[in-house]
Ligand binder design. Structure first.
Ligand code: GLN
Length: 406
């Protein structure tokens, strides 16, 4: 008696003096993608919410990881990444993209592209700066900007083409614009920006002294066009921070190996932030990724895309049969689908019902927009699953749609 039971009062209901969490944590919510994974487990639904493969990683990678552990590569690596991995990355960027990268001064290896993106924003953005984010967007960028005390500014790309228009981007640039986040191939739309769109971004970055932060985690997964590395466009090398990682390329999302390539002055700052956030990424898994990059080259990447194309086609045909409307993804492994012909529910209600009654869990579309209403009749499905999983999900969707229409 006598002490106020602070711990038992739900935070949201506490009067102001008892709110003990920083204001910045109130400005974003928990990840809806991860929440939908929990919903999928609860209902024993097929999880097409969180984008992780349900098929094995390449044997070569697994063997290399086991070997590294057995060889006792089990202590901290150099905080910004093992020599082996940085050298393998420098070689890959040179061979594949014709980009010269100094592994000693321009590469930082992080705990996934997620940490990479947060470390980059914390390193280059001042409080009050504006960061332009193209929406629909992958849910991390907003919170990353907020954690850096920056203001996210959103540019909505319109379905079905999700094309970038120069005048609309230019209209958002102010004296406070510090950076633009460019995610291609894109999660969730599946867009692969073409050379012309990237050139528009480059022109504006150069004209207005804006930095570009790219998220190229799906760089090897595209079905149309080509992946262009923004840093390789004229004048952009010095103002682009290239974020990527091995999670998607090697189907090892749980390994948490992300990569950042940036000019030396930016890398110095990024490495300091990364060091105090996480010290370093798992040492034996970095070694295994170095082996993967060296031994699995272009033919592996082509095989990866060919397999994803098959998965995409199997899933999209079920989606079409079930009455969803969507733009065919050109890259990455997601499809943003409109369920307006199946239900007038909002996206969250529909997603949860589809998980519970239909046995397939998607992500509500509102998670990818700054204004939830923009995603109110959309859901995102991830098709990075075995063909059998996608066929089973397809059957369930067809059945669900038949019931919805009857
Ligand atoms: N990038 C994946 C997705 O969009 C996984 C997200 C996550 O849980 N880190 O689903």
């Amino acid at each position: 008696m006598g002490t106020f039971p602070v711990f038992h009062v739900p935070r949201a209901k506490m009067p102001d003096p008892y709110v003990r969490t920083a204001r910045r944590t109130h400005l974003f919510t928990e990840s809806v993608i991860r929440e939908m994974t929990r919903v999928a487990h609860k209902h024993d639904a097929i999880n097409l919410a969180q984008g992780f493969p349900d098929f094995p990683a390449p044997q070569l990678l697994k063997d290399a990881a086991c070997a590294a552990i057995q060889e006792d590569i089990n202590q901290y690596s150099i905080t910004w990444g093992t020599v082996n991995l940085r050298e393998a990355l420098a070689k890959k960027y040179h061979d594949l993209y014709g980009m010269e990268v100094n592994e000693d001064r321009e590469i930082t290896v992080t705990c996934g592209a997620t940490e990479a993106m947060a470390a980059v924003m914390l390193s280059i953005v001042e409080p009050g700066d504006e960061v332009i984010i193209l929406e629909p967007f992958y849910e991390n960028y907003g919170p990353d900007a907020v954690l850096s005390d920056a203001t996210p500014v959103f540019l909505t790309l319109e379905a079905p083409g999700y094309r970038l228009e120069k005048h609309r981007l230019e209209a958002l640039i102010t004296r406070r614009t510090r950076a633009i986040v460019v995610n291609t191939p894109n999660n969730p739309t599946g867009r692969v920006f073409d050379r012309e769109e990237l050139q528009m971004i480059a022109d504006l970055c150069l004209q207005y002294n804006v930095l570009a932060i790219t998220d190229e985690i799906y760089e090897h997964i595209y079905y149309e066009g080509e992946h262009h590395v923004l840093a390789t466009l004229e004048g952009m090398r010095d103002r682009t921070i290239t974020v990527s990682g091995l999670s998607k390329t090697f189907s090892v999302t749980g390994w948490r190996i992300g990569t950042i390539i940036a000019p030396p002055d930016l890398t110095d700052a990024i490495r300091k932030v990364h060091d105090f956030l996480t010290v370093g990424a798992p040492a034996p898994l970095q070694e295994a990724c170095a082996v993967g990059i060296r031994k699995l080259g272009q033919s592996y990447y082509e095989g990866l895309t060919a397999d994803y194309r098959d998965r995409r086609d199997v899933f999209l045909s079920a989606l079409k049969d079930s009455g969803f409307k969507f733009s065919t993804p050109e890259g990455a492994y997601y499809v943003l689908a409109d369920f307006g012909d199946l239900s007038s529910e909002d996206d969250t209600t529909f997603s949860k019902r589809l998980a519970r009654d239909g046995g397939v869990a998607p992500v509500p579309g509102s998670s990818f927009f700054s204004v939830p209403e923009r995603g109110h009749s959309l859901v995102r499905f991830a098709f990075c699953k075995k063909i059998e999983t996608l066929q089973a999900a397809g059957e369930r969707l067809r059945e669900f749609a038949t019931k919805a229409r009857s």
